[in-house]
Design a protein around this ligand. Sequence first.
Ligand code: FAD
Length: 375
Amino acid sequence: MQIVIIGAGVIGLATAWRTAAGGAAVTLVDPAPASGASSVAAGMLTPVSELTYGEEPLLRLGLASRDRYGAFVAELEELTGLETGYRTDGILEVAFDSDDLRHLDDLRRFQEDLGIPAEALTGRECRRLEPMLAPGVRGGLLAPEDGSVDPRRLAPALLAACERLGVRLVRRRAERVVVENGAAAGVGLDDGTVIPADRVLLAAGPWSGDLGGLPPGTVPPVRPVKGQVIRLRTRAPFLRRATRGLVRGSSVYLVPRADGEIVLGATQEELGFDTRVTAGGLWELLRDARELLPGITELEFAEVRAGLRPGSPDNAPVMGPTALPGLLVGTGHFRNGILLTPVSADILSAMLLDGPVPEVAGPFAPDRFSPEVSA
Ligand code: FAD
């Protein structure tokens, strides 16, 4: 079986690795592997802290992926000898004022209704966990089973795993899906060559809708959602675990790495394919982070970047066969693509190899956006 995967972000890379491990010949097409959202993301693994009303199927998918993470990373690190910066020290969510605290209380009740333990903490208990927090922090929630990974280490490790398993990497832009006899039969590249395929997986993040050769409506609409991120550096201990904060209703997070990097993010902006870093975006992040952790202003500045999250119409992933036989999609992972990498790779590789598909995949089929199903 010849499989071509378009896009080598974390979703395309992890799926290529798992599909090659299942015995298929896999070609991965990307002019710049791991250059998309996967190179900007903070890497929080937080199905619980990110919980939103009405997103229960996404919560189940997130929990299924978080449960797979330890084994996934252990196998990857052993195969490649590369570290991924995986940590399981929990995620702390703190509230700046009493309205923010009310919001966290609502979230805790919602989590409890769903049977997910959430530990409510006073301001003092939060500061015991994270001594650099401002004295005014009102309280918080600890999600003890959440954690983080470094996407800038995860993606190279996935690339190395693909190389180990003989995945062919073609550093070119895919321009079109070749259709023969009403089915996907290959991928046309920007140099005019065509790679024949029995199956094609489109995993090109927010660019997944850009490919030529497809009948209209074959790929559900995916939009870019801009996120600006600041990277800081510290030599002295500053933060023990990933910490999210609500500051007068606006969200900010800081994710520490073992080497002293601290990722501060992120804005959420609907501005199309715009990756400019703006003064206003950075100011908002620094303003809110300083309210929670006043010492942040002493940290060394390292980098600013903006990335594009792939968002589907309902902000949930889109994974599975399209109306064009032989063409599958794996995109729309929005704010959770790093968290959802292991489960998405299991789902998409099972679909490509005709294996048993994990049940949690059910609600994320692309046909939920087709006019008949949505009616
Ligand atoms: P991408 O990583 O965007 O990769 C798409 C790839 O497709 C790119 O390498 C690109 O070069 C390639 N491509 C595009 N067009 C073509 C073409 N025509 N031919 C061939 N290749 C093509 N998720 C979490 O779980 N936790 C977080 O803490 C988190 N924080 C985030 C913070 C920010 C600021 C952002 C922007 C995202 C964050 N995310 C987080 C979300 C996560 O990064 C994404 O959901 C995930 O990276 C999506 O992966 P992907 O492989 O689908 O897409």
